[in-house]
Design a protein around this ligand. Structure first.
Ligand SMILES: [Zn+2]
Length: 232
């Protein structure tokens, strides 16, 4: 039996990524960290997907802001970190480190990964090779230490690093170019890093990093215009 998730990226706010993940055998559809509700409900509708779950990694407003509206609109189940249950709007199912959460015919191993916040978790779908890591790990970077210690974050990143190399990592923000610019100041003679950084700059210059290839032109325009609104 094939173990896959169909994953769709929905860019919202200034740099958030909300992920829609469909498990095709059951038809279950999860929204991971809905910052907002409107664009998520619209995209699910457009695809004919019925949202059955919300998976939250942590309590920040740009990860749970759409919880209640999506739950009211769809009747979906809200899954989130047990240690942060008081800060997750509409939470129905509390999960913690070591839990195996069944989502349709797929299963997510729950990792407690404190550092960015004190209750942060990640969802690792091992068979489907998909990791939803919220604000713990980004391309070429990691989340700020708002509530945790460097030691906690180091350990959390180490646990994610130990996962198989061929897992797709679905993080919650687009910080790649900024992270690359910073990383080359830390490791200025790292050839692989310099090459990656140049490739990222080239992709940005070609406009690929809007991340909406094939999308409706008005939607792309709206996204770019909205990014410009908050550009400093
Ligand atoms: Zn956050």
């Amino acid at each position: 039996m094939a173990h896959i998730l169909e994953v769709v990226r929905i860019p919202v706010l200034s740099d958030n990524y909300v992920w829609l993940a469909r498990e095709p055998l059951s038809g279950a559809v999860a929204v991971v960290d809905p910052a907002v509700a409107g664009p998520i409900l619209t995209e699910a509708d457009r695809r004919g997907w019925k949202i059955t779950h919300i998976l939250n990694t942590h309590h920040h407003g740009d990860h749970v802001g759409g919880n209640l509206e999506i739950k009211a609109a769809t009747g979906c189940i809200v899954v989130g970190p047990k240690r942060d249950k008081a800060r997750i709007p509409g939470i129905d199912i509390e999960v913690d480190d070591g839990d195996c959460y069944k989502f349709g015919e797929a299963e997510a191993d729950v990792f407690f990964v404190p550092g960015h916040t004190s209750g942060h978790i990640a969802y690792a779908f091992r068979k489907e090779r998909a990791l939803f890591c919220g604000d713990t790990l980004f391309a070429l970077g990691c989340g700020r230490l708002f509530e945790g210690t460097p030691a906690q974050m180091w350990k959390s990143l180490g646990r994610l690093r130990a996962l198989p190399d061929d897992m797709s990592v679905y993080c919650a923000h687009e910080y790649t170019q900024s992270n690359a610019r910073f990383a080359v100041t830390v490791e200025s003679d790292n050839k692989a890093l310099l090459a990656r950084s140049a490739a990222i700059d080239a992709a940005r210059a070609r406009g690929e990093a809007v991340g909406m290839a094939g999308a409706d032109p008005v939607a792309v325009f709206a996204e770019v215009r909205q990014r410009k609104d908050v550009f400093r």
